[in-house]
Design a protein around this ligand. Structure first.
Ligand SMILES: [Cu+2]
Length: 165
């Protein structure tokens, strides 16, 4: 496939949009009620084990561990890196704040990354390898289908492997 741009895929983390409201804990995957979520309503937790640990994640809609659509936000510190990986489902990213860089391909290469500022939207097709890095602290919204999975091109890049050593 070509290198379309878009990228951000990165982080497959989870969390997302802005709807949800104060009562939000619902993990229902179908929208059966109107929910509004303000940034101040977000509950930031640890990033899933498949991502480098310094990021935080907040779920906006759905549950990334279950089947069905979900939206999460990932808050990444400056210089946060997600090495080349793929997902079994399409990943749609929206940069909320900061500056996020995405590159396509199986090798991490800073010269091939595209900088994405707030408002940027990236579609990463399933199976397409991509990598990411935050230029500064950034919040990226991820919309995809659960159960969320991240498969690193090089197993040595997988934080889940590092933890067992
Ligand atoms: Cu990704």
């Amino acid at each position: 496939m070509k290198t379309i741009f878009f990228a951000f895929g990165i982080i497959s983390v989870a969390a997302a949009l802005v709807f949800a409201a104060g009562e939000a804990q619902s993990t229902a995957t179908s929208a059966t009620e109107h929910r509004v979520t303000k940034p101040s309503d977000l509950k930031w937790g640890e990033a899933p084990p498949g991502l480098p640990a310094s990021a935080k994640v907040a779920a906006l809609n759905g549950d990334p561990t279950q089947a069905g659509p979900f939206t999460v936000r990932l808050k990444a510190p400056a210089d946060y890196k997600v090495m080349p990986h793929t997902h079994p489902t399409d990943e749609r990213l929206t940069v909320i704040s900061g500056s996020f860089r995405i590159g396509m391909g199986e090798r991490f290469d800073e010269t091939k990354m595209q900088e994405m500022g707030p408002g940027s939207y990236i579609v990463l097709p399933s199976g397409m390898a991509h990598f990411a890095k935050s230029a500064k602290e950034s919040i990226v919204q991820i919309d995809s289908e659960g159960p969320f999975q991240i498969n690193y091109v090089n197993p040595a890049d997988d934080p889940r492997n590092a933890k067992t050593q």
